[in-house]
Design a protein around this ligand. Sequence first.
Ligand code: NAG
Ligand code: NAG
Ligand code: ZN
Ligand code: ZN
Length: 497
Amino acid sequence: MHNTIISLVILFIITDLGFPYPAPEDALHNAQVFLEKYGYTEKEKRDANLVQLEAAVRHYQWLSHLPVSGHLDVRTVLQMNEPRCGMKDISQARWLEQFNGLVNRKRKKRYTLNKKWYKHHLTYQILNWPWYLSPHQVRQAVKAAFQLWGNVSSMAFSESMSGAADIRLAFFDGDHNDGAINAFDGPGGALAHAFFPRRGEAHFDNAEHWSLNGRGRNLFVVLAHEIGHTLGLQHSPFKNALMAPYYKKLGKDYLLNFDDILAIQNLYGAPPSGKLVQLPGKEFAFFQDWNPKGVEGFTTANTKPFYCQSVFDAITWDMENLFYIFKGRQFWTVSLNGNVSEPHILKHRWKRPPAYVEAAAVSGSDGKFYFFKGSKCWRYKESKLEAGFPQKCSDYGLPQHPDTVLYFQPLGHLVIFKGTKYYVINEETLTVEPYYPRSLKDWKGIPTETTAVLTHPDGSIYFFKGEKYWMFDQDNLRVTASGKWAEDLSWIGCKNS
Ligand SMILES: *[C@@H]1O[C@H](CO)[C@@H](O)[C@H](O)[C@H]1NC(C)=O
Ligand SMILES: *[C@@H]1O[C@H](CO)[C@@H](O)[C@H](O)[C@H]1NC(C)=O
Ligand SMILES: [Zn+2]
Ligand SMILES: [Zn+2]
């Protein structure tokens, strides 16, 4: 019965080499499951007939701003695999109605089917969060996400630390008792979902690698979107709206577009002052020092340094026997005995540094600091930026967005790790040495996409990724130990205090 679609899928698999597709039957099955989950077909109709399936595919393509063919073509299959919100999209008729209503400025109809809250002050509670994000960071992000909506409407929000709360936010793995259709699916796919008023719940997939500091899956954007649902907003047909179904990276622009603002005001009205407050997206790129006045619970005498509960961006070791640990706009120094400094701000120590570093190393030959971020690199002699830096190092063949960089004593060179390859770099010319890049397989036992690396004064190389570390023996070129860095490595500064 499905032969036509299956052969279409096969056709597209054959014509688009280089992308690992599932078998055609699986691709068809996955598409059916997707269309059902997101409200394009009903379960009973899954196997109904080709005509209905084609209609659903057309409908999906139309709503996703794809060429409407009714076929499961490459772009359609790829779009279905993009990370998104787990809530249903609404019917084409409703989208059209919304769109026409918007164009005609008669928008009453759009939200009348929605439930709403009948009070203007709501409380919220954060029930749990991933181990690698600090409580302070998460609370700041949640607060900002609520403010985003509160600053363009008549709503106000406050955190309730205990007792009842109107809206509860929680992270879950897989099936979490709100129906098989809501079971989370691991990294990618559905990232989160929420319930319309007045159930007051938003759930986030614990298996995502959430981030609040410029790398990884941006939790703030997803928080803001799901909070929109808890307030009664449905998905928006506008690609740039925060309430559009697909995940967006944090950009420079305002998060809310006119459609989001009209939608929330349609439910709850404009702010009493009549003034809308919006901040550019880049204000939300770092949460550890967002709203610097509100630093409650940040660094108090008895808490571990902030990076301990989290993933740091880079680590290096200088010639004065100090470790440097970088995270966001901040860094810490740790002495060999594990004594950790207060958090310092990058730009207080180095002139015109990057906003955050993706990789850092200190040259073992002259003690200069190297920072890498995006396509650029920075070189410092003490705190002075060397002439000509930052440079676009990708122009010399260095990889963009390096995973990690290491000063490798045996070669007397910097080594950059990126994906499945590593590059040996000539410090003088900043070019890649002959015969490189080479395969990461030379570093037996080291995973791809490590987040930090350094050569310890004990002579071993330590690689870091997530909560884990690998200790690599330079002489025998193999991993000799591994474990959880915060618990196992006393010199990283997370043990005592
Ligand atoms: C909301 O408005 C307040 C007051 O103007 C401002 O301090 C705050 O940063 C704004 N928050 C967001 C998320 O726009
Ligand atoms: C740790 O460092 C602080 C200053 O950063 C210093 O006052 C303190 O004495 C040091 N403690 C140890 C045990 O070295
Ligand atoms: Zn959504
Ligand atoms: Zn759920």
